[in-house]
Ligand binder design. Sequence first.
Ligand SMILES: [Zn+2]
Ligand SMILES: [Zn+2]
Length: 340
Amino acid sequence: MKRIVCREPGTFELEASSAPTPGPGEALLRIHRVGICGTDLHAFQGNQAFFTYPRILGHELSAEILSIGSESGGLAPGDRVIVMPYIFCGNCIACRAGKTNCCRQMAVLGVHVDGGMQQEISVRSDLLLPAGQLSHEEVAIVEPLAIGAHALRRARTELDDTVVVVGCGPIGIGILAQASAIGCRVIALDTDAGRLAFVRKALGIQDTVLVDEQAAAQVAQLTNGDLATVVFDATGNKQALESGVRYMAHGGRYVLVGLSKGELSFNHPEIHAKESTLLCSRNATREDFESVRAFLESGQFPTGKYITHSVPFEEMIGHFESWLQPQNGVIKAMVDWTIP
Ligand SMILES: [Zn+2]
Ligand SMILES: [Zn+2]
């Protein structure tokens, strides 16, 4: 089989290797599609904290079972599956509470251990879900959309909420689409007018606000002065993260989905006056993956528009650096591992 190894920052190598041998409790999978995410781009550039090389990247996976052991949870060879890339321990305080998404020993496929940029991979069977009615492309976008599903659930987002999403990249788009499906009033914010045009066109979001000094006043105007009951940051940008409370209503929730590297500071009187609830949202659980599978099966998400770039795996290395350039308008790039 073939695989693409990130040897060191800036260097990918396509190489031949023997197929992996699944251990106890693992299934052998054939990879169909791999979605490319900001994490992969940062790892390639060498600015991903705690990353070690060489590493096989890829955690947004669409796969098919080649072989599976007896404790298969009803899955069988030939089944197409969604892969949850979060290898949780099952024993720590978070796992015992069902919060496997923030396991103390978390290892993420394609980040801490080798991921899916290879034709075959062995993965723990309890990290697999049946693909249902989803296409290969839809299966590969379940993970990034599950990040949004988890964030919405974390904030107990309901029909009567007014939601502001700051950052209209692949994660923000997932939050916007799923908040709209819940029936919330949604307002999209970004510093890039092109991204706002994308969410208007692809998702039918009517209220979009370009982030500048007037942005909070515009959100106030759109909400009769109330502001948003839930604000999601999907930028991971320090300045954006520290400004998000401005869009939040009194009594509201502020959910940090994007991750910044250093410290954040907030004006205490401002967050206190609003009796702010500050939440972090990390990864996703099986429940979130199931929720996204149902959401995609309902046909409400424009997968074809979300996936802006698509290449066979032998062409990936040549295209990868162009996906780092904002002017190329990449929302989601996808690699097909079934055709060279
Ligand atoms: Zn990702
Ligand atoms: Zn754990």
